[in-house]
Design a protein around this ligand. Structure first.
Ligand code: MG
Length: 260
């Protein structure tokens, strides 16, 4: 493995599972700082705002800068900004967090004559909204999806995720969305830009092969999979191209980073 100067960390299944921390998070961040490593936390969840994550982290005694957190709402804005540098009207199927993030990048919500339909998880979704989105895509609006996650964890169990919304719109419009979250490279590229680092010097840690690891490999980052989340040891060992590092828990990364 090459010299590591920065980390891209997934959160759920890596730092915590829901409300339950998976390690001494404060100690881990202290050690990362001691080692002089840059870090960005990257999640496909587009429904929570950066402030909500900063608040959650502060409960573990960690204070990060807002630019150290990226989600798939931001990667959607990042992608749109590349396509339409001056911003413009978009139709949003999503929650307030997505609307706010797009607006900060110059993309305001509109019902007609839009540049793009941007869709993600929307827990107040109804048929008129889905129909309107579908009609706009058929008229030629660019179809952008935040993240492909089929399910979303809730206290009651797994409920339909952003991927389910995208599947509905894809079936209704006959058009496949451009996905901007993991496993596509945009979210990773945004994280790399925030750290000013080349992918070869960055290690991505995640618990899901089909999003975290696949996306990191597509971007050219080094990869570490943890066994505290979705993917099992057998699945990780069978993954091709191979994952660079397999860790029982994120804490096991520290001795590895110390010894190079
Ligand atoms: Mg995860």
């Amino acid at each position: 493995m090459r010299e590591i100067r920065g980390l891209i960390l997934d959160m759920d299944g890596v730092l915590w599972r829901g409300k339950e921390p998976l390690l001494d998070i404060q100690k881990f961040f202290d050690q990362i700082q001691e080692l002089g490593l840059k870090v960005v936390l990257a999640t496909n969840n587009a429904t929570k705002s950066v402030d909500q994550y900063l608040e959650k982290l502060s409960r573990y005694g960690i204070s990060l800068q807002p630019q150290q957190i990226v989600n798939s709402a931001m990667s959607a804005a990042y992608y749109l900004k590349r396509r339409f540098p001056h911003g413009g009207p978009v139709f949003v199927v999503g929650e307030q967090g997505l609307i706010d993030t797009l607006q900060e990048a110059g993309f305001y919500p509109a019902e007609e004559n839009v540049l793009a339909v941007v869709a993600g998880l929307d827990r107040t979704l109804n048929y008129p909204k889905l129909s309107q989105a579908s009609l706009l895509i058929r008229k030629g609006a660019l179809f952008v999806g935040t993240n492909p996650d089929k399910t979303f964890p809730s206290p009651q169990g797994l409920t339909p995720g952003a991927g389910a919304v995208l599947a509905f719109l894809e079936t209704g419009s006959g058009v496949k969305p451009v996905i901007t979250g993991k496993p596509e490279p945009y979210l990773f590229e945004l994280a790399l830009e925030r750290m000013c680092l080349e992918p070869s010097h960055v290690l991505t840690v995640g618990d899901r092969l089909d999003t975290d690891i696949l996306g990191a490999q597509r971007t050219g980052c080094q990869t570490a999979a943890v066994l505290t989340g979705v993917s099992s040891l057998e699945e990780i060992q069978a993954w091709n191209p191979p994952v660079d590092l397999i860790l029982e828990n994120l804490v096991d990364l520290i001795p590895f980073l110390r010894n190079g």
